[in-house]
Design a protein around this ligand. Sequence first.
Ligand SMILES: [Mn+2]
Length: 437
Amino acid sequence: MKLITSHETTDFDALASCVALQKLFPGSVIGLSGGFAPNVHQYLALHSDRFRTQRCQDLDLSQVDMLMVTDVRRRGRLAHVEEVLDRAASNPRSVRVLVWDHHPSAPDDLYSDEEYVQPVGSVTTLLVEELRARGSDVDREEATLFSLGIHEDTGSLVYARSSSRDAIALAWLLGQGAQPGLLQRFLRPPLDAVERELLVRLLEAVRDVPGFGAPVGVAALETAEVPAGLARVSTEAFRILPHDALFCAYRLPNGKTHVIGRAQVNTVPVGAILQELGGGGHAGAGSASVHDASLDEVVSRLHAAVERSCRRPQFVRDLMSSPVRTVAPDMPLSELAHSLHEWGHTGAPVVEDGNLVGVISRRDVERAQREGRGALAVKSCMAHHVRSVGPDAPLTEALDQMTAHNIGRLPVLDGARIVGILSREDVLGHLYEESPC
Ligand SMILES: [Mn+2]
């Protein structure tokens, strides 16, 4: 028997890639753990005749002579085919193991005969590329399912790990008849009453990781909800909260703690952090299941892992320009206009006796000149109320100020003394450097 499988709690990328593999290897059987993400569960309630999956426990796994594993290669997430993997390890000739995946490697990766691992946003993309290269016919139900897999894992192409290959695969699938109008219905069904109640408790339980500059949140709570629902609730909480990364630790009635992590910047590598708790995942999303610790212990392990694995957060002092060109309040506006032009600056802080007393923008100077007030001093048209930031503030705080108040050049103050300036240009350069991982 040729068996296709994927990780426990089947999501759309797992299901779509299994179905794509079955097209590439006709006659093979899709055998899964039996646990589905709620949205996949709802999808299969309508599509289970079209796309047939079985539970591994209902199959005679001793007959498997070829095992195709997709969207995972960690043994810890493949308990439902453990006996096949054990047999492959002890008698490699009895079964061939092929792997398709897009996750980073982990210590418990399984041994395989062939491995197709690429850093794309969704593993379905790899298989769609193969179907396309072989000239396979893909009908509209298949094209829609494959699109669901790619949309789910790339957040519809907005997650940091999305690649041009994912976008090209989606474009091709649209050409094959994928139904965009159906995507939303299956991808993000609304939370049910239990999930909404859990979301409210989660939002109240979130605490910032102490002593850490980047806004990382940890929430710990007890629940009887199933892991698949937990993932949905965690994703929703992350979407609402202002944190760059969020870790949710759920204590289940069986004594295990299920941890789910989400992040949108690569300064917080979720997969690596959760690997320290025995789990894993991508830079932006991951999970872990902890058996041997209380909820408090799990939280302190999370704190320690965050401190160890995160890149040093960026502070204002890391990006600000220094020293700062300042002007005196008595400088004539016409002279300032000349200086600003020479420096290529759009404004300047006004300093008296080493202290910041105002700011003046090029626009204000130009207006004064147009109105014949060019001979007046800077202090006559500077703004006295100045927003500023401290050098040790996290960069995110400065970004919030700049976007909320539309500030192009934010003075950096140490007490009353100006020690630097943070410009839009400095911040944009940093934002675009945070490349996908
Ligand atoms: Mn995936």
